[in-house]
Design a protein around this ligand. Structure first.
Ligand code: SF4
Ligand code: SF4
Length: 470
């Protein structure tokens, strides 16, 4: 069912529910214009997807999502599974960003950035290049199979498949050595996961961008299903100014004093990638790409009428005759506050990710051991993670307990991006033992680098009579 917001023009008799063409193949026309240019700029963001994996940074791949070794490299920053909480805030940030964009500007993400619409646009550009404008494409589709049709269709599908395969390789390249991946593919020696990714992405891209196109936006995309609840009458969407456009009348029969500005040329429908008629009101099938605005502005300029018969506007603005946008202040302010908080937490989190992680666990079973000499011993499990890309030497010291001796491995050499787990012991003669639980601080000194402190306790018989052993 369509989601239309009142007020809206009357739907023409026999028009049915014009939300979405759905039944027939759509042959969108390509036209230049400011929103088409904007779409080119925003779509070029995806060049990063294709070329990003080959960026080098200080002798290594700048971005590497190394799942087998459970580490994600972003330039100098290494993110380990321990930092998964950061991902929570990144996802929350992205969700809130999507929410605020939808509240203000509807499906602007779909129209300008979404991979489905960007790839579909690329595929239709290739189609136009090879098969010609919409009418020629329709004629070719209807024509019987012959050499011309076979060659034309083959060329198009080959290019589509090439792009689909490049998409698959590019996706896989984020997860492994990107340059080696090409060698492995050509030598037929790639990891089975790389072949599966290539096969899935090639098939998916070819099917979704080549054949399903706008059907994905309407029927498969979960975002399309939920974005209706975020809309309000202040949401800025491509809107047909029915007050000015109606009654629409074809130019040949137009009577100047009765008709509105719409000359019913159908160009706004012809360019629409989802095949809808925006004159029937704001609709769920509209991906907010603005191409109908370009088309109508072109028509208005040609018939010497002011542009903006279709324009980005909210229903509230349109009904009140206000030409400027009206923003839902409360919703946007709350969303921006959440966005800013997430961003702050992410930045602080990244700043706190150092070269080394330290975790110390005081054994509870037993809490202490009384040695034959009468000394008291506590045992600790120590976990040191060298997150840097160079090997490092570490020394463990303890403070807070006079004359305590560290037994076990207090000097460790740890390879790059490796975690070491070791047990160490603290011993103290019983005569020097303070009463109660003694707070202590372990200090981990990285050679030529940072010092990390970790608070723990030393427990003797006075503090925990039932727990110890001898
Ligand atoms: S109605 Fe206009 S803005 Fe909406 S999808 Fe169609 S061309 Fe794009
Ligand atoms: S492009 Fe403009 S004038 Fe032509 S049908 Fe659409 S709204 Fe009317």
């Amino acid at each position: 069912m369509p989601t239309t917001l009142t007020p809206q023009p009357e739907i023409k008799a026999g028009h049915g529910l014009p939300v979405y063409a759905g039944n027939g193949k759509i042959y969108p026309k390509r036209m230049p214009g400011r929103f088409r240019r904007l779409k080119h700029w925003t779509a070029s963001f995806w060049l990063l997807f294709f070329f990003g994996p080959y960026l080098q940074w200080e002798g290594h791949q700048a971005v590497l999502l190394d799942i087998p070794h459970r580490r994600f490299q972003f330039f100098d920053l290494t993110v380990m599974p321990e930092d998964i909480w950061l991902l929570t805030f990144v996802l929350l940030f992205l969700a809130m960003l999507l929410f605020v964009v939808t509240v203000v500007a509807g499906r602007a993400f779909c129209g300008y950035v979404c991979f489905q619409t960007v790839w579909t646009d690329l595929y239709t550009w290739i189609e136009t290049l090879i098969e010609g404008p919409p009418r020629a494409r329709q004629q070719l589709d209807r024509a019987p199979w012959g050499m011309h049709k076979l060659l034309t269709k083959s060329a198009k599908h080959l290019l589509w498949l090439l792009i689909a395969a490049l998409t698959g390789v590019s996706f896989a390249a984020w997860f492994t050595d990107a340059r080696q991946l090409w060698v492995d593919y050509f030598a037929l020696d790639a990891h089975p996961a790389a072949w599966i990714i290539l096969a899935m992405f090639t098939a998916g891209t070819y099917l979704f961008a080549g054949f399903m196109r706008e059907q994905v936006c309407f029927w498969l995309c979960p975002y399309a299903r939920i974005q209706g609840v975020m809309y309000g009458d202040q949401t800025i969407l491509p809107t047909y100014n029915y007050l000015r456009g109606e009654p629409r009348q074809h130019r040949s029969t137009k009577q100047a004093n009765q008709a509105g500005d719409c000359i019913d040329c159908g160009l706004c429908v012809a360019v629409c990638p989802t095949g809808i008629d925006i004159r029937d009101g704001q609709q769920i099938g509209c991906i907010t790409c603005g191409l109908c605005i370009d088309a109508c502005d072109h028509v208005m300029t040609r018939i010497d009428r002011p542009t903006g018969l279709i324009r980005y506007s909210s229903l509230a603005s349109l009904a009140s005759g206000n030409k400027g946008p009206s923003i839902p202040i409360l919703r946007v302010t709350v969303s921006l506050a959440i966005l800013a908080s997430c961003l702050l937490i992410i930045i602080l989190g990244i700043n706190n990710i150092g070269d080394t992680n330290l975790n110390i666990y005081h054994y509870r079973q037993p809490l202490f051991i009384t040695m034959s000499s009468g000394d008291i011993r506590n045992r600790y499990r120590i976990k040191i993670q060298n997150r840097s890309q160079v090997p490092a030497h570490y020394q463990i010291l303890v403070s807070g307990l006079e004359n305590a001796r560290i037994m076990g491995q207090s000097n460790l050499a740890i390879a790059a991006e490796t975690t070491r787990v070791a047990d160490i012991f603290l011993e103290l003669s019983k005569s020097q033992l303070p009463t109660g639980i003694t707070p202590i601080t372990f200090r981990l000194i990285r050679q030529g680098g940072a010092v990390i402190e970790y608070r723990s306790v030393f427990i003797g018989p006075d503090a925990a009579a039932p727990g110890g052993t001898s």
